[in-house]
Design a protein. Structure first.
Length: 345
């Protein structure tokens, strides 16, 4: 990719199946789970008028230069992100402006310009930034892209980099390195090829969203931060989470505190919660993880307990640091049964 000085810049975009309002996030929120149920939108147009109508719906200004053009697209996604595979037979000029942030790659011909840059989407992935105009010449192309709601991506970035004031603004459509470009291309192509999983499983949708968001945030240049600094933050939180979880697993039976866990993790208490919210499968805090491990231990004790030996729910709850009055509520929420019923079996 090379830079020129004149052209305001752009993005490869399509409106998502479900649109999400912009939300003002509280300090260090958990990364958003995509909507429980993804939606799908498919379209096929076999004549130029239908192709032009569809593309105007998606991109705004659109001029078709081949009367024999046809088009097929398949969009699967949630309110936070969506995956689009679009096939265009024939040639078209695109002039687009979108509210979403998109990463795209293409086969065939896809020459684009925007934001003072220009490039070839067949040579590697590029970023389409919100409110930056995209101009593209497309011919006989298979376009694969993933788009993000900027509000969702902002919430994720704040947790990922442990910065509750971060507003992720990207300085370029170009990845930070050739290594990043290769990783982005592999991630994008894998995601598009396996997009059916997003439709079938909310857990898969959540996992895809988190991985894609992290990849984009790590490998495209963010304003006000060096890539090495961002990777160091991510690595510190990741290793801190692993050390913190090991400490919890090894010491859950002791009266450990959040400060103890933070010390073992090598992180300030505030960053400790950021590490757990990003890396924990449940996206909870360190305190949530400690409660979960202790609940699991209490569950095993209940299963092995014998009321005729004097074992009681209250005694087991206190052994693992729970107030007996609230233990039943936590236990039932975690295991779907009451501790009294489990003890009596």
């Amino acid at each position: 990719m090379t830079r020129d000085d004149a052209v305001p810049g752009g993005a490869l975009q399509a409106p998502p199946p479900v649109s999400a309002p912009s939300v003002s996030a509280p300090p260090l929120p958990a990364p958003p789970l995509p909507a429980p149920h993804a939606t799908r939108s498919t379209y096929y147009a076999a004549d130029a008028d239908a192709v032009e109508s569809r593309m105007r719906e998606q991109y705004g200004s659109y001029r078709l230069t081949d009367s024999r053009a046809s088009m097929r697209d398949d969009i699967i996604g949630t309110s936070d992100f969506f995956i689009n595979q679009c096939s265009i037979a024939g040639q078209a000029d695109i002039d687009a402006l979108s509210d979403y942030l998109t990463i795209g790659i293409s086969t065939g011909r896809y020459e684009w310009s925007g934001g003072g840059e220009h490039g070839d989407a067949t040579a590697g992935p590029f970023l389409v930034r919100p409110h930056v105009r995209l101009r593209a010449l497309v011919s006989h192309a298979e376009v694969s892209c993933v788009s993000f709601d900027p509000a969702a991506l902002e919430r994720t970035a704040r947790v990922m980099f442990a910065d509750d004031r971060l507003r992720p603004v990207f300085d370029s459509s170009d990845p930070v390195s050739t290594t990043g470009s290769g990783l982005l291309a592999k991630t994008l192509m894998f995601t598009v090829a396996n997009r059916e999983l997003v439709l079938e499983s909310p857990l898969a949708a959540a996992g895809y969203y988190r991985h894609l968001a992290a990849t984009v945030l790590e490998w495209f240049p963010l304003r006000g931060g060096e890539p090495a600094d961002r990777r160091a933050t991510v690595e510190a939180l990741s290793s801190g989470y692993r050390r913190g979880m090991t400490f919890i697993d090894d010491n859950a039976s002791l009266p450990i505190s959040i400060d103890d866990i933070a010390g073992a993790a090598g992180l300030p208490a505030r960053q400790l919660d950021a590490a757990f919210r990003w890396h924990s499968p449940t996206r909870g805090t360190a305190a949530d993880a400690l409660r979960r491990v202790r609940l699991s231990a209490a569950h095993h004790d209940l299963v092995d307990a014998d009321p005729t030996r004097g074992d009681t729910v209250g005694g087991i709850a206190r052994r693992w640091g729970f107030d007996p009055r609230s233990f039943a509520r936590h236990y039932t929420a975690a295991f779907g049964d009451t501790p009294r019923h489990v003890l009596a079996r």
